[in-house]
Design a protein around this ligand. Structure first.
Ligand SMILES: [Zn+2]
Length: 454
């Protein structure tokens, strides 16, 4: 079979004919798989169905068909071939006379040898005429091509900005510094909530919305553009532009995010461990969470390529508990729990956030703000509120604790115990051991830094 490939794009975003190149590639693949010989390639680029401009290559294709040199016409989709019912009628008449088949990548074989097939073709033609301005599918194809070429498509994430070259954003000096700080902190094991809080306190604004949230930070970090990469069918490939950090660093931070257990505070209460999220690696500072080894439950910092410090959970709990009970039985223990906290500032922020929430709700009700715009803002507000509500909750310590610490400690919930640990220690850390020794809980591995008041 002798095939002719016809390709056309009506709005070529890239302006360099690659849209056509992609259609051509797909058509050639069909010809290869059917064993057809490609006799001619007919390409009309950058013309519009409404411009009324002539399609020189289409004319040439019709001439070739008329001379009987072509057995089958291959195109990406029916609407590539015909821009109007008039053109379609002429085309149908011609291919019927010459006994030429039509094959499309998108719609398969075009049965035009029967009257039913021709009817279908006419309907398709009418539909595609109506849709000829709908460029979505071609645009997404163009997006795919752009990504294949290492260009960025979609909103540019915080930390980068548009450059003079489309698809090749560049680091925004100030924001890039913030982003590399964020990434360094995540690699270090800091919680996203903590990072968001610090950014908000520092008065740094995200690009959208007014406050940083842990989900916002997660979404930001997950953008491969930050590492100078693009996602091609689930694989991260080197982009044509530079990110904010090196590709390897971005891959590490992504691995950390994906391997990190959900924050302890968001877990169901019964799953709370005593030291999960509080214990850190004394050598690297990474935060350890409850995990399981084959021999026993452990605390472990899972930071691929950075730190895998671990310790048997029961032994660590016992050791820390012994130190706490010793401290609580000291005469001045009760004083420790009266630390000043700036409750009025927290109350003020909570009031302010509720006011903003109501304001947004009003704007939506009045139709001045769409739900799409309002939702992320509301989510940010609720996120922050949930943190503040926890901070506002006063720490209640049973006075009996200071008389008989051990018996009270035994009945306290993990949350209460963890509160006590936060009051007493500025840092609870554990050193690595030699790999052969495994996660032993040798007391000399632990470092307990008391809070100043403690
Ligand atoms: Zn470590």
């Amino acid at each position: 079979m002798r095939a002719a490939i016809y390709a056309r794009i009506s709005r070529d975003d890239l302006g360099d004919g690659l849209g056509v190149a992609r259609q051509q590639e797909d058509c050639e693949a069909i010809c290869r798989s059917r064993g057809w010989t490609v006799l001619g390639l007919f390409v009309d680029n950058d013309t519009s169905a409404f411009s009324g401009r002539t399609r020189p290559e289409y004319r040439r294709l019709l001439a070739e068909i008329a001379t009987g040199k072509i057995d089958v016409v291959v195109s990406w989709a029916p609407e590539r071939l015909h821009r109007s019912p008039r053109e379609l009628e002429d085309f149908l008449e011609l291919i019927e006379r010459q006994d030429v088949g039509v094959e499309t990548v998108k719609a398969g074989t075009w049965e035009v040898s029967t009257s039913h097939g021709r009817l279908v073709a006419r309907m398709l033609g009418a539909v595609s005429r109506a849709e000829s301005e709908r460029t979505g599918e071609r645009v997404s194809r163009a997006h795919q091509q752009a990504k294949d070429r290492g260009l960025w498509r979609g909103p540019i994430p915080y930390g980068l900005r548009a450059s003079s070259v489309p698809g090749q954003p560049e680091p925004d000096p100030e924001q890039a510094r913030t982003v590399s700080d964020i990434i360094a902190r995540v690699l270090h094991g800091d919680s996203l909530t903590r990072i968001a809080h610090d950014l908000n306190v520092a008065g740094i604004r995200p690009r959208r919305g007014s406050t940083w949230t842990h989900t916002g930070i997660r979404r930001l970090i997950e953008s491969p553009a930050l590492g100078g990469l693009v996602n091609i069918d689930g694989e991260f490939k080197q982009a044509k532009f530079h990110g904010v950090v090196e590709p390897t660093e971005w891959r590490s931070v992504r691995a950390v995010l994906q391997s990190r257990p959900r924050a302890e505070s968001r877990r169901p209460r019964e799953q709370l461990t005593l030291l999960g999220g509080l214990l850190v690696c004394a050598d690297h500072g990474h935060v350890c969470f409850g995990g399981n080894a084959t021999h026993a439950p452990i605390y472990v910092a899972r930071q691929p390529g950075h730190c895998h410090v671990s310790v048997v959970r029961a032994a660590a709990d016992d050791l820390v508990t012994a130190v706490v009970l010793e401290r609580l039985s000291q005469p001045d223990a009760a004083d420790l729990f009266h630390a000043e906290r700036n409750l009025s500032a927290i109350e003020a922020e909570i009031d302010d956030l509720y006011a903003r929430r109501d304001e947004i709700a009003d704007l939506v009700a009045e139709g001045l703000l769409t739900g799409t715009i309002a939702r992320p803002r509301l989510a940010g507000i609720l996120d922050r509120l949930s943190i503040l509500e926890v901070q506002r909750t006063p720490r209640v310590i049973d006075p009996k604790a200071f008389v008989q610490p051990a018996s009270v400690w035994a009945v306290w919930s993990a949350t209460q115990k963890r509160d006590v640990l936060r009051v007493l220690f500025s840092r609870i850390a554990v050193h690595h051991v030699g790999q052969r020794n495994g996660p032993r809980a040798d007391p000399s591995r632990f470092v307990l830094d008391w809070n100043q008041a403690a």
